[in-house]
Design a protein around this ligand. Structure first.
Ligand code: SF4
Length: 236
């Protein structure tokens, strides 16, 4: 069976299901091939809260660029302890000296695409296998590049991606977080709607674009972890 026919069959199976049901059905269908990555943004927290109930043993990865906020690193530990799930930290296989030699000391300013490649994308590609199916917290309302997301898609690397929150809004997520008192990154309460590396994340004005604080002043809006269609970069 091709990936395209799997997508077709699963699309109707998953349509109109709740996130928990979608994760359960994806687990039944893809079993060991299913994995998740998270940087602990608020939609990732919502997704993790469903995952811990439905498929707590799914491999979960956090890609550590070494530039994350202390709050993000602490949140990972807090969630693992509170929910009893393992979230594996993945970093570049290259020693720091080699990375700095390849890119220079301030690549996050001079060449952020290369910095994101070596610190995020390459480590991710080292854990992806041919049949990996990716569980993602992608939502349509996050950005223009995500507006076409479906409950199940094939991404630009050819991997099947399951998006249980694809039609949830920012408000839906926060209502859910508050209703169930979920842990979340305290930086969200300090005007950081989207949180990545310290070097490239800034607060935004109230009501500003969700990703407006990322790579300010640069012609860059995405890190390249998620590629939503061939040649098109998606969001972290
Ligand atoms: S977000 Fe910034 S610091 Fe982090 S990997 Fe990308 S360019 Fe480097």
């Amino acid at each position: 069976m091709t990936k395209e026919s799997t997508i077709q069959r699963m699309s109707s199976l998953l349509a109109d299901k709740s996130p928990g049901e979608i994760i359960g059905l994806a687990h039944e269908e893809f079993d060991q091939d299913l994995m998740m990555t998270t940087a602990f943004g608020y939609s990732g927290i919502v997704l993790l809260s469903f995952v811990k109930d439905v498929y707590p043993n799914i491999p979960i990865y956090f890609i550590d660029t070494t530039y994350h906020f202390e709050e993000t690193l602490k949140l990972r530990l807090k969630i693992m302890e509170k929910w009893g799930i393992n979230i594996q930290k993945v970093s570049s296989h290259r020693p720091e000296a080699e990375l700095l030699g390849l890119m220079g000391k301030k690549a996050f300013e001079s060449d952020p695409d290369t910095c994101c490649y070596y610190r995020k994308v390459e480590p991710l590609e080292n854990i992806l296998e041919e049949n990996t199916v990716w569980l993602s917290a992608t939502r349509r309302d996050q950005s223009l590049t995500r507006a076409q997301a479906n409950v199940i898609d094939i991404d630009g690397r050819g991997h099947i991606k399951v998006n249980p929150l694809f039609n949830w809004t920012r408000d839906d997520c926060w209502t859910y977080i508050r209703k169930f008192d979920l842990p979340y990154n305290p930086l969200h309460d300090q005007s950081y709607p989207s949180i990545g590396c310290t070097k490239c994340t800034n607060p935004v004005d109230l009501g500003g674009d969700e990703r407006g604080g990322r790579w300010i002043g640069l012609d860059k809006t995405e890190c390249g972890l998620h590629i939503s269609a061939p040649g098109e970069k998606g969001n972290e």
